[in-house]
Design a protein. Structure first.
Length: 414
């Protein structure tokens, strides 16, 4: 009992009482077990097969516990989406009265439910799992919504057809995930091309309508140890081969997503050396409608706010109402809510001096007041080198002049 449960000692022929609590109708489970006392027999069916307890798919359990429940509990996120949705519906109603909302986000169906319940418009929510759709249909029923006002289906939005939309008409408003969503198959970059072509009316509203990618330089030996071996050695062992392998896999030229490590509640030791700066904008309202250049290159100046050793470039997406309306309603990785750290990925790219040995990565010395040049190459379409949806961002950090700074100290090597 209490914070540290004791092991349950059992003998052959003992009878147990097993209590299973299904949270949110099966998205998560809480199980307790105890010995049956005296002559009291457990009030359980005689034939308790595994499928009675394990009838929910593991994928549902993992995504429900790790993502959907934290997203549903993110009040700031839900509030921002609610306000953006209200604005979008108001804008759509100026064009025609019978507005339809399509929700393909991971907001636990809340945008679609709000559209129907609060704004009185038809709404359809698509999830990747039919179990989630069944849950949402029950929630809609609990809130007095019939299937004329609210529908939920477990289907891939990229293969959905407009004839299956409410009243067989395209949506006026579509609600999508912010870029960088950790949920498989829900990236707006993968869904918007199909949605804009098949499921959204011409000139329809996308929520959120804009996003940008922010970066900052970070000092963190803990973080650096995740992509390299410090000094290339561990005690008497030469492990430089691992750093050479990291080089071979372009650790200095590739952003890698990390969820849970860099949120506001993370205990990973780190120091920000520069202010966060937006370096790349995406207009989600016109994504896939307006062609993007296949490759662009630009050099960005990053002002240094604190002296230190730059081990990594850390980036994350910020979502807002539109490229013109950035500050009033926006969502990013910065939040006091623990669940945001679990559901909003950061991207990390190792930083090292150009002259660094392949076996030992040496960080870049920076001083407050300096400006570090970062070259950004953005690839789209046929110029992309990976198969991931959306723009491909590649960064190269150009070290500032050393001005006598010592950079060869072995303690600075990674």
């Amino acid at each position: 009992a209490g914070a540290s449960p004791k092991l349950l000692e059992i003998s052959r022929r003992d009878e147990l009482e097993l209590g299973v609590e299904y949270i949110a109708r099966g998205i998560s489970m809480h199980i307790r077990c105890r010995l049956a006392s005296g002559d009291h027999k457990p009030n359980l069916p005689k034939d308790v097969r595994n499928e009675r307890v394990l009838r929910f798919k593991r994928e549902l359990m993992v995504q429900g516990s790790e993502f959907y429940l934290p997203l549903a509990g993110d009040q700031e996120r839900q509030s921002v989406y609610s306000k953006l949705l209200a604005k979008a519906i108001g804008e759509a109603k100026t064009k025609r009265p019978d507005v339809t909302v399509l929700d393909v986000s991971a907001n636990s169906g809340i945008p679609g439910l709000l559209a129907a319940k609060k704004h009185g418009v038809q709404a359809l929510t698509l999830t990747r799992l039919e179990d989630h759709a069944k849950l949402l249909r029950q929630v809609a029923s609990d809130n007095g919504l019939n299937d004329t006002m609210f529908e939920a289906h477990g289907a891939d939005p990229s293969t959905f057809m407009d004839i299956l939309m409410p009243a067989s008409k395209k949506a006026d408003v579509v609600v999508v995930e912010p870029p960088g969503s950790p949920l498989h198959g829900l990236s707006p970059f993968s869904l918007l091309p199909t949605i804009q072509k098949k499921l959204l009316v011409e000139g329809g509203v996308v929520v959120p309508g804009g996003a940008c990618f922010e970066i900052e330089l970070v000092e963190s030996t803990d973080l650096a140890s995740m992509f390299s071996v410090p000094n290339g050695r561990w005690e008497y062992l030469d492990l430089t081969v691992w750093n050479e392998e990291a080089h071979r896999h372009n650790v200095l030229n590739k952003m890698v997503p990390y969820t849970k490590w860099l949120g506001s509640h993370s205990t990973l030791a780190r120091k920000s050396l520069s202010t966060r700066r937006c370096v790349y904008d995406v207009d989600l309202s016109t994504y896939s409608v307006v062609p993007l250049p296949e490759e662009t290159s630009t050099t960005i100046s990053i002002p240094i706010s604190a002296s230190g050793r730059a081990h990594a470039l850390v980036g994350s997406w910020v979502a807002f109402e539109s490229l013109e309306q950035r500050e009033s309603l926006k969502l990013d990785s910065q939040s006091d809510y623990l669940g945001r750290s679990l559901t909003w990925p950061h991207y990390v790219q190792a930083v090292a001096l150009p002259s660094t040995d392949l076996g030992v990565l040496r960080p870049i010395e920076v001083r407050a007041g300096q400006e570090v040049q970062v070259q950004l190459v953005v690839r789209n379409g046929n110029m992309k080198r990976t198969g991931a949806a959306g723009p491909e961002l590649s960064f190269s950090v150009i070290p500032p002049p050393t001005d006598g700074l010592e950079t060869s100290n072995k303690q600075d090597e990674l």
